[in-house]
Every structure is written in structure tokens, then in C-alpha cells.
Design a protein around this ligand. Sequence first.
Ligand code: 13P
Length: 249
Amino acid sequence: MRKKIVAGNWKMNTDLHEGLELAKAVEEASQGKKRDAIVIIAPPFTHLAKISEVISDVKLSAQNCASEESGAFTGEVSPAMLRSSGAEYVIIGHSERRTYYHEENVVLNRKMRLAVSNGLKPVFCCGEMLEEREAGVLFDVIKEQLKVGLDGLSEKDIANVVIAYEPVWAIGTGVTASPDQAQEMHRFIRDVLEELFGHDVAASTTILYGGSCKPSNAKELFSNPDVDGGLIGGASLKAEDFIQIVNAF
Ligand code: 13P
């Protein structure tokens, strides 16, 4: 059985006070509920340690990590620092990091290796731009992101990796991939994982969909056989909306 996950990526939103309130509201709504899905929140770095004190059912993720272990890298935050601040997961390769901070597949691979070797569970993002979809190269793009990004990871490492498919044209645009488009790409991602790591790994890896996922479309998206949950941006900033998405399972 694959793990179902609903993760909220808060991006660069909320101050510490607002973040704590949001985390508490999500925790309160989650507590004591027997549900299939693991609930994760990914607040900004500055909130992690404090938020880790107010959640227990809800799991904690960072949104990024450094590609180096430690040392003279001003402004960077290492996987070990994240672990010691209470994070269990880390988002790696979000398209906003790829686009605005020019993080390419090779550097993302370094982050992946470092994250797993420090005991973090990476949520590895992949996704094509609209031009790439229109030019018909979407599958090549995703395959390259996976091949390079996951290079050198062992089967044991991959057991702790979550994949998130986030078509760039669907992020923050209100345009959601159709359930068929999501299923088609998730199936393809699973096939690539099978090619790279074998059938068992592919069958047991959680693959999330991200991009304008909201309470009104979550159920339909999550009902696809290869969609194991969602990585939620805007709708994760309101506890009620986020929990409604969690309850779509
Ligand atoms: P939106 O849900 O706001 O489209 O963002 C998706 C996303 O980028 C999650 O990482």
C-alpha cells in the first residue's frame, strides 16, 4: 500500500505569529482523526523550530535545503539544521527554485543525496513549462528531471522519497491539470521509476499532484489510481480549505 499524503507548501507567506496560528489550526483539525493520509506542512525556515512544538499528528517539512553539508555558505540552511529544527521532510526542486534561483537538475541531485544522508525525506518536485507541453517534449523534460535528480540514490533511499508532479502552468494560475492529464503523467513517472529502480520501488512510491489543487477539485484528482495525494500552495494557507483537501481522501 502506498502512503497517501497531503502537504501544504506555504511558500514565502505568514509571519511567525500567523504561521503558529495556522499550524495550530491544522493540528487541531487533524488530531484524533483516523485518516489514510499523512498531513504535512512546509512553513518558512524561520518558523520550523517553534511550529515543531505545537504539532504532533501533522508532520513538518522545509521548503528547500543547502547542497552542502556545512561551512562558508552565507544564507544557506543545511539538512542537519533542518533535522535539528524538527523537520522530517524537505521539498527539493520546486519550480520556483528552478526558475527564480536557477537550481538545475545537477545541484538538485546534490541536495537530494545530502537530504537523504541526513535522514530527511525529500519531496522531489518535477514539472514541465507550458511551452514544453505545447512543444510535445513534456515527457522528455520530466524524465530528465527524474533521471538526474534521483541519480545515485539507492532503493533504500528512494523508500523515503516522495515525488510531486507540479506542471508549472498550473501553479498559482487557477488552471488545474485535468484528472486525465494528471493520471497520464503520474503513470509515466511511475514507469520511469520502474526503469530506474525496479517494479517494487515504482509501485510503492508516493506521487503527489500540485498546481491549483483546491477543495473543489481535490477529490476528482485524488481518485486517479496513480495520484497519491497533493502538494498544495495557495489553498494550504487557509486551515479550512487545506483540511477539506485532506478530507478528500
Ligand atoms: P498552488 O496550489 O498555489 O497552485 O501552488 C502549488 C505549488 O506550487 C505547491 O508547491
